[in-house]
Ligand binder design. Structure first.
Ligand code: UPG
Length: 689
């Protein structure tokens, strides 16, 4: 491919769409998704961002809505379209046929009109083997070739066939222009081997694999095998099951086939996507039991209306022309499906997780996500800055935050709750030298560069998050950011992950940072900049009365420009064995770094023991905060210059991290230089009682 092509993926949040996005991105295509989310969830897109390490523009639009559809074509230079969007339940289509015809056909018409208007000529269409109807009505049509006469037996199948005909008519009207690939899928099963995306049927699943998975996870009692009196090797019907990853790859093959066609040489052609190998219900059942490692209860019931005895593909055309064939077998699909089902027993719908927009408009990558929602300990995090927006203990907020993104984007930021990076705290005069090169960062704090400079991590929308509920009372949200070489003035392309782990039972929030750099080495020091106010539930906008104790009095001495002098001194602050320091209305003022370990050189501290570094209590509210970390230093700030919507001393911050200005301090330098092939890592825990 000469230039990166952009593919509009309709229905890209759905089962087959999401798996195809992974393959598209792996093959160097840019993707834009349009989806009305009527049978899917944006969660799949957030997960795709983490899985594919890239931002995926998303439009929450119904294909039938002309105006917003036109906007998508205006705002993006689209080269081709893969069209998945559509209603797809066979049974339901017989009950509400008008809805199926309206949605599937009108949606396609609008899409094609836009393609015509914006000179987009290539489309891959998601059709189905259902267009053949019962191929066993002919004596010699199994396996089914593309030449098999069509004859769908339900409204869903009729809509697929109608769209195929629309495409053929359009092609016939302008044969030099249009390039259409019609893909007739057999039975897609399985999930991405990462376990991050898969099929998420809402309600009771119709299809065999999702149903079996719900029986195996205990959500349903037993599998109903719809008839064992068919004339097959074990009496159950035969289908051509195809791993969804193979199916997704079939789309790339089709797209490349269309891409390779010369200008002026249009095409409209059908290809079966199947393995050519049929499996009975009992064979799939056996493979799934093997993947699960136990026998799944089942009962044989009567035949299901509309089921046919055998639907097996003749996939030769795709093999010869698209150079595509299946590589994964039913056993692999069952194994991957089981991984998806066990790691996501409720699919993308997690109890205790809520997502809201953090802007005035529906911007799906601008979100506030609450984990542990409506429990005694909940956290709200934002894509912007992977920020900790709110933390509620027994229903009461104990941190400072804004209720929309705009609050965080004022010029005079105070980094409330933000992820601070690449380099937290000061770099003297914004200068450093690394591997023989000199760097000058923008000065944004007196004579220094503070917290990575303006427009740094706190002001960037992170990818994801990937939200999970691995066990009772535990919720995780993982954000990712790719900070390219020099994007924020630092060298090397840096990939960072911010991993929040909320434990409702112990009322603790762990934040783990990891980073990897490529190209060049970089200075790195990340932290979280939450301002705590343990008095909020008393209606107080001040930290006055808060009692503070820390792990050590040892602190970095700084000059008038807050640059370390190289000396470690003792400051007047209570340690754990002393009577707490009480924060007053105006004093004492702290904006100092303390050191628990003076000579750490570790770039990854995560394997160290978590050490308690600060304890804060409000005797009136009786809320106690403990800050623990694996980091060698922590900065205590009493918020005396708080701004950006907050008043001085409305909150205090405890920021664990590496030493101040370590990059310019010979004895500390090693602890902040991340080289390619190394991993940066650190941990912070906020624990409440
Ligand atoms: N089956 C059971 N019990 C269940 C579900 C299914 O015995 O709870 C059997 C069913 O009778 C059939 C086989 O499993 O023999 C597969 O059924 P299912 O997974 O529902 O797939 P199909 O009925 O073959 O339909 C799928 C898609 C449809 C598509 C078609 C193409 O749902 O949209 O057109 O595959 O082959």
């Amino acid at each position: 491919m000469t230039k990166q092509q952009t593919v509009l993926v309709t229905g890209g949040a759905g089962y087959i769409g999401s798996h195809t996005i992974v393959e598209l991105i792996e093959n160097g295509y840019n993707c834009v998704i349009v989806d009305n989310l009527c049978n899917s969830s944006y969660e799949s897109v957030a997960r795709l961002e983490v899985l594919c390490k890239t931002h995926i523009p998303f439009y929450h639009v119904d294909l039938c809505d002309r105006e917003p559809m036109e906007r998508i074509f205006k705002e993006n230079k689209i080269d081709s379209v893969i069209h998945f969007a559509g209603l797809k339940a066979v049974g339901e289509s017989t009950e509400i046929p008008l809805k199926y015809y309206h949605n599937n056909i009108l949606g396609t018409l609008v899409l094609l009109e836009m393609m015509q208007r914006y000179d987009v000529e290539k489309l891959v269409f998601s059709s189905s083997a259902t267009v053949y109807g019962d191929a066993t009505r002919f004596p010699d049509m199994i396996p089914i070739p593309e030449e098999c006469p069509v004859g769908p037996t339900n409204p869903y199948g009729q809509t697929k066939l109608a769209i195929e005909k629309i495409l053929a008519d359009l092609y016939n009207s302008e044969k030099e222009t249009w390039k259409f690939a019609i893909l007739r899928y057999f039975n897609p099963i399985g999930a991405h081997p990462s376990g991050l995306i898969g099929e998420d049927p809402l309600g009771i699943p119709n299809n065999l694999l999702p149903y079996m998975a719900q029986v195996a996870t205990g959500r349903r009692e037993k599998l109903n095998v719809f008839g064992n009196d068919y004339d097959t090797r074990d009496g159950t019907p035969i289908r051509d099951y195809i791993h969804v990853v193979d199916l997704a790859k079939g789309h790339i093959a089709a797209l490349k086939y269309l891409d390779a066609r010369q200008t002026g040489k249009g095409i409209c052609r059908e290809w079966n996507l199947g393995s050519g190998k049929g499996s009975t219900v009992f064979e799939v059942y056996r493979a799934f039991c093997d993947a699960v490692g136990e026998e799944i209860p089942y009962v044989v019931t009567g035949r299901r209306a509309g089921d046919v005895i055998n639907l097996t593909a003749k996939p030769d055309r795709a093999k010869q022309e698209l150079k595509w064939q299946t590589e994964l077998d039913v056993a692999t699909a069952c194994k991957d499906n089981w991984k998806w089902a066990t790691e996501n027993p409720f699919g993308y719908q997690l109890k205790g997780v809520k997502a809201d927009f953090s802007t005035h408009e529906e911007q799906y990558d601008a979100r506030f996500i609450t984990i542990g929602a409506d429990s005694k300990f909940q956290a709200t995090v934002a894509n912007l800055g992977a920020t900790l927006v709110d933390l509620k203990v027994d229903g009461e907020s104990v941190v400072l935050g804004h209720n929309c993104e705009a609050g965080y984007l004022t010029p005079d930021t105070c980094y409330a709750g933000a992820t601070v990076g690449r380099y937290a705290n000061r770099i003297a005069h914004g200068k450093f030298q690394l591997d023989g090169e000199k760097y000058q960062l923008t000065i944004n704090n007196g004579v220094n560069c503070n917290h990575g400079g303006p427009g740094s991590f706190h002001a960037k929308r992170f990818l994801g998050p990937l939200v999970q509920n691995p066990s009772k009372g535990i919720f995780t949200a993982e954000f990712m950011l790719i900070d390219e070489d020099k994007e924020t003035e630092f060298p090397g392309s840096l990939e960072v992950h911010v991993f929040y782990k909320l434990n409702v039972l112990t009322k603790s929030l762990e934040i783990e940072y990891t980073g990897k750099v490529s190209g060049k080495a970089t200075p790195i020091n990340m932290t979280n900049h939450t301002y705590f106010n343990l008095n909020k539930l008393l209606g107080k906008g001040t930290i006055e009365g808060t009692e503070l104790q820390v792990a050590t009095k040892k602190s970095v001495e700084v000059d008038k420009d807050t640059i370390p002098t190289g000396k470690i001194i003792e400051r007047d602050i209570a340690t754990f064995d002393e009577k707490p320091t009480v924060l007053g209305e105006k004093t004492p003022e702290y904006d100092y770094s303390f050191v628990t370990e003076e000579h750490s050189k570790d770039i990854d501290t995560r394997s160290k023991k978590l050490q308690l570094v600060t304890k804060a209590t409000n005797p009136e509210s009786k809320v106690t905060l403990e800050v623990l970390t694996t980091e060698p230093s922590f900065h205590v700030y009493t918020g005396d210059w708080l701004c950006a919507g907050f008043a001085p001393r409305e909150g205090f911050a405890v920021e664990p991290g590496r030493y101040v200005d370590a990059i310019n301090q010979p004895s500390w330098k090693d602890s902040v230089i991340l080289k390619p092939n190394e991993t940066y890592g650190s941990k912070i825990v906020y624990r409440f009682s």
